[in-house]
Design a protein around this ligand. Structure first.
Ligand code: FES
Length: 566
């Protein structure tokens, strides 16, 4: 061990007398009933995020116990500490608004408290990105552990998992093919265990991305939350954190341009969540790494979709784990990956993938020679409606709508949408394009409102999909021909704000464009006198409005990007 202070001697409180600060800290630590022998050991912090408002983290106490067991067995002192926890469906206006708060909390608590390494335990959508952003900025040796996915429930002979099936059943209820009694039954059968959503939604995508980056132990992303192997993974993560104290491998050595590109490949092959792009951009941005939209599309066009899971395919996360999980997927992608990236164990990806492959269930993880789709699940768009970019999940869309031109039906915000979408008098037809304004980061914290419902009268007439465009996000468990993350957003004067009912809009996935077919002079005329919505005056929301960046920059705060380790 080097001479630099370690364990509880790190970062002493400043009273102008170091020895007194050390004496006082140890004295207070003794009040926790910890022996002097243990107090002299290196310290592994454990960022814990249980909450009565976060069902996805229900298994946290057992995980913390298992991590602590691993840390102790490896000869260090585990010290759990709380941070903000974000339960996706319990937050208003949207969990996205609080991701940066959790990232700041995580970064600051890692930096301010005496720890030599940290294990971060998260799971629900925004928590893993927030923890990785915080860890990247703090740049203290770190291991990401996820809570793991839920197992599926059963309903009348069908497997159910949150939350693709939530949307499927709700859509059928709106269309009148599922009655009130059945939807009440389904409510109790969608989310039946601890853990994160059971499909390849945002939480699962981010778990896989954490492993692809090298920030989680190999093979741990997809272990179901209630499987005993999840606890073994937690114990091993504790041991790994202690090893990191010796090797001193920092997040900035693991999260590199190459590992970020590998993570994008994995995102494409999983046909993962659109949200993951925003989060990965923010994580990479903390380390000054930027992947251009052109590079993103190149990776998408070269990378096949290999995993057949909902919301795009058939299976659930428990099937992905049983099929071989991330190890199997990475082996299949091997020719496309940077193999010299390092993981937290100090191993290169090549060394990991040289190990013998286990069982692979080919109906879930397809060989590259027989992909689900020959091209990746997501594409980045540009065009006159989205000069700074937009995202389209082609794998979850209707191919017949890839080349579309239609009449805009515009909703000026979330309230307008909920007030009018089911109005029988709404002037809307199946070939129209639904446009939602003012749901971007500045206007509304960028909620998952991009999955605009099909107007009831069209749904009842059998319309299953329409082109929908907004500056909002979409749940990773959702599907449809949906253009998201339009930038600049309407609330800062992007062209989206200029769209009016009846305008023509053209979408071309072949050309990767979304265009407003209105003369530029007319757009300028309409935008004259544009006023952004009123900004909140106090507290975190005021800070958020002042500092949040647009989706192509990851919606991070402008003052948090770059400067890792500072
Ligand atoms: Fe937590 Fe879906 S609600 S992962």
């Amino acid at each position: 061990m080097s001479d630099e202070p370690h364990g509880l001697d790190r970062g002493l409180t400043n009273y102008g007398d170091r020895d007194f600060a050390r004496f006082l800290r140890r004295s207070f630590a003794r009040s926790m009933g910890i022996s002097p022998v243990l107090l002299s050991k290196p310290v592994v912090g454990i960022a814990v995020t249980p909450s009565g408002f976060n069902n996805c983290h229900r298994g946290m106490p057992e995980l913390v116990e298992a991590v602590s067991r691993g840390v102790l067995a490896a000869g260090a002192l585990p010290r759990p500490f709380p941070t903000v926890s974000l339960g996706e469906v319990f937050l208003n206006p949207t969990s996205m608004m609080y991701r940066n708060l959790m990232a700041m909390d995580t970064e600051e608590m890692i930096g301010a408290q005496p720890m030599d390494a940290v294990v971060l335990i998260g799971g629900c959508d925004k928590t893993v990105p927030a923890q990785l952003m915080g860890a990247a900025s703090a740049d203290v040796p770190a291991v990401q552990l996820v809570t793991g996915p839920m197992s599926t429930g059963r309903h009348r002979g069908q497997r159910l998992g949150a939350c693709t099936d939530c949307r499927g059943f709700w859509g059928r209820y709106r269309a009148g093919t599922v009655d009130a009694e059945e939807i009440a039954e389904v409510e109790g059968r969608l989310s039946v265990t601890a853990g994160t959503c059971a499909v390849m939604g945002t939480a699962s995508t981010m778990a896989c991305i954490a492993e692809a980056l090298g920030m989680s132990l190999p093979g741990t992303a997809a272990i179901p939350a209630v499987h005993s192997d999840r606890l073994v993974a937690a114990e091993e993560s504790g041991r790994a954190a202690v090893r990191l104290i010796e090797t001193k491998i920092r997040p900035s050595q693991v999260i590199t341009e190459k590992s970020v590109e590998n993570a994008i490949r994995v995102l494409m092959a999983l046909s993962g969540s659109t949200n993951a792009i925003v989060h990965l951009t923010a994580i990479a941005g903390r380390l000054g790494i930027r992947i251009s939209p052109e590079r993103f599309n190149m990776i998408s066009d070269e990378t096949p979709v290999l995993v057949d899971l909902k919301p795009v395919g058939q299976g659930y996360m428990e099937d992905f784990h049983a099929a071989g999980g991330m190890g199997a997927l990475l082996r299949e992608l091997r020719p496309l990956l940077h193999l010299d990236t390092l993981d937290i164990e100090g191993r290169t990806l090549a060394e990991r993938l040289d190990e013998p492959a286990g069982w692979i269930e080919r109906s879930v993880i397809r060989p590259a020679s027989d992909p689900v789709s020959p091209v990746g699940g997501l594409v980045s768009l540009s065009g006159t409606l989205a000069p700074d970019g937009a995202i389209f999940k082609r794998a979850a869309a209707t191919p017949d709508l890839f080349e579309s031109e239609g009449r805009a039906v515009v909703f000026t915000g979330l309230e307008d949408l909920s007030r009018r979408i089911d109005d029988p008098e709404l002037d809307v037809e199946a070939g129209d394009i639904l446009v939602l304004q003012n749901a971007g980061p500045h206007a509304a914290g960028m909620p998952e409102a991009g999955y605009l419902p099909i107007p009831k009268k069209l749904a009842q007439a059998g319309v299953k999909d329409m082109v929908r465009i907004s500056d909002a996000r979409m749940s990773g468990t959702a599907f449809g021909s949906i253009v998201l993350h339009v930038a600049p957003e309407a609330a800062i004067g992007g062209p989206l704000a200029a769209v009016r009912d009846g305008d023509r809009i053209r979408l071309s996935i072949r050309e990767k464009r979304v265009d407003l077919l209105v003369a530029p002079e007319e757009i300028t005329r309409r935008m004259k006198g544009f006023q952004p919505p009123a900004a909140p005056k106090r507290g975190y929301k005021a800070l958020y409005r002042r500092s949040v960046t647009q989706a192509p920059e990851g919606c991070d705060f402008d003052f948090l990007a770059g400067g890792a380790g500072g």
